[in-house]
Write a protein that binds this ligand. Structure first.
Ligand code: NAD
Length: 456
């Protein structure tokens, strides 16, 4: 593919290395966002029926904040980082030099189609790389808009957009890149990793899976319910870190369900279909998939359950104690259906989580310190968020990424910069005072001195 050779050429010329170029590209992206704010909202509405408020918070201002962060920290992040130098290598200095990989491929998912390609791109450019963006074809309007705008604002010799579906992705993956960041499903994650292995290209895989939400007896129930409903129904449940299902004790379950119902009505009204703030399922295939999960659960639906295929609408729906072997409890839901599973204790909730793949996010609502400590110390997840959900994404200091089946590698803030950099260790020795003790022939005295010098 000719355009990749062009990007490699730009990189080899050193165009992307100066901090000035990186900053210039970030400012160009900022202009792109600000001057096309309404077009971005229109595309998100057309693809996902995202309300302007939601689009602003989770896509538009999210990307602007990222740009702001990197403009502020670019210089300090790019500087060599001093580290210690042991006695044996004195006199000398050691430090870490972050260097860009080269040309990186960034493949995004459709659910946050702006944020999921532009946020990694901001980190990759800040680290001094050339970038190929592959937006998801499922959010077609956003994909077309990105492909139209990026070449208008950014350096075409260093940033390219490649659009298309499975066939295009397959062709793209045959090319050699210096780094690949992929956001999407586990299945395609494996395809990406297999393709990358042909060229020994390092990857970051930002995947999904089921993110459990544990609700303890001891919690502030109404705030807990509001936060869960907000996090679950953002983008109609099509969020990789949305609470997938709830684990709650039998005793607290009735209270929780009442609070959750109240919160849905408070946030989306009696008929969420008429709410301007409630999204739609991205396409017919995903609508059929989620409807299929629901069809198998008829008698367990305790709230909602309405749908309209003409509009790809599925209402906020709660399912109580579904069959644990059903698709609803095995597959990632990625939609507005919320299973509520009863357990006897927090211990059992912890075991439930540990018997399954490591989640991208784990949520615990509890005011009991012992429970908090138990979940913190005895579970593993990409992120653990206590007494809230999804909101941790706004903290640039926190790395975002999965563990085990929910992915590998991370980004956001400094973490994204480091992901798209080879952190090159440099040891710079002096010719002054060359100690002969390491050179043969070894005498008893030399051995003794060596032992002393290598002792920590
Ligand atoms: P997907 O993996 O189905 O598709 C992503 C892209 O891969 C498509 O746009 C397509 O171009 C390509 N693709 C699909 N099948 C392919 C094949 N056989 N060969 C080559 N390329 C192929 O993912 P999706 O539906 O876009 O996203 C949903 C998933 O993404 C969910 O699991 C969700 O949890 C996860 N996700 C994760 C994050 C995160 O940050 N960790 C964010 C959003 C979504």
């Amino acid at each position: 593919m000719e355009f990749i050779s062009q990007l490699n050429h730009t990189f080899n010329l050193g165009v992307t290395k100066p901090i000035g170029w990186r900053k210039g590209q970030l400012l160009a992206l900022k202009r792109l966002m600000v001057e096309n704010e309404n077009a971005i909202y229109r595309a998100l509405k057309a693809d996902l029926n995202k309300s302007q408020t939601e689009a602003h918070a989770s896509e538009f201002s999210y990307v602007l904040n990222d740009i702001k962060y990197f403009i502020k920290h670019l210089k300090s992040l790019s500087k060599p980082r001093a580290i210690g130098t042991p006695m044996l290598t004195q006199p000398g200095r050691s430090y870490l030099v972050p260097e860009p990989y080269g040309t990186v491929l960034i493949m995004g998912a459709w659910n946050y189609p702006i944020q999921l390609v532009l946020s990694p791109m901001i980190a990759a450019i800040s680290a001094g790389n050339c970038v190929v963006l592959k937006p998801s074809e499922l959010a077609m309007n956003v994909s077309n808009l990105i492909a139209e705008l990026i070449p208008k604002y950014m350096d075409k010799s260093a940033v390219a957009v490649y659009e298309g579906g499975i066939e295009a992705t397959t062709a793209l993956l045959q090319q050699r890149f210096d780094y690949i960041m992929y956001t999407g499903s586990e299945t395609v994650g494996k395809i990406v990793m297999r393709a990358a292995s042909e060229h020994l290209t390092p990857v970051a895989l930002e995947l999904g899976g089921k993110s459990p939400c544990i609700v303890d007896d001891k919690t502030n129930m109404s705030v807990t319910a509001d936060r869960i409903i907000w996090a679950k129904y953002l983008n109609a449940g099509q969020t990789c870190i949305a609470p997938d299902y709830i684990l709650v004790t039998k005793k607290t379950r009735p209270l929780l369900i009442e609070a959750l119902k109240k919160s849905v009505v408070k946030q989306y009204g009696e008929d969420p279909k008429r709410s301007n703030d409630f999204g739609r399922i991205v396409n017919d295939r995903h609508f059929a998939r989620i409807s299929g999960y629901l069809a198998a659960q008829n008698e367990n639906v305790v709230f909602g359950g309405e749908s309209d295929s003409k509009d790809n609408y599925i209402s906020p729906t709660f399912v109580l104690n579904p069959d644990l072997m059903s698709d609803l409890m095995v597959e990632e839901i990625f939609g507005p259906v919320l299973p509520i599973v009863e357990v006897d204790s927090m211990q059992e909730a912890k075991d439930f989580v540990n018997q399954r793949e490591k989640p991208l996010a784990l949520y615990l609502f509890s005011q009991d310190n012992q429970t908090v400590e138990m979940i913190k110390q005895q579970t593993s997840s990409g992120t653990l968020c206590i007494n809230d959900a999804v909101i941790f994404m706004v903290n640039h200091e926190m790395p975002f990424g999965g563990v085990g089946n929910s992915g590998m590698g991370c980004y956001h803030g400094k973490w994204g910069f480091d992901t798209f950099s080879h952190i090159k260790p440099v040891m710079h020795r002096s010719f002054f005072a060359d100690m002969p003790i390491r050179y043969a022939p070894f005498t008893k005295l030399k051995s003794m001195m060596l032992k002393l010098a290598t002792k920590l």
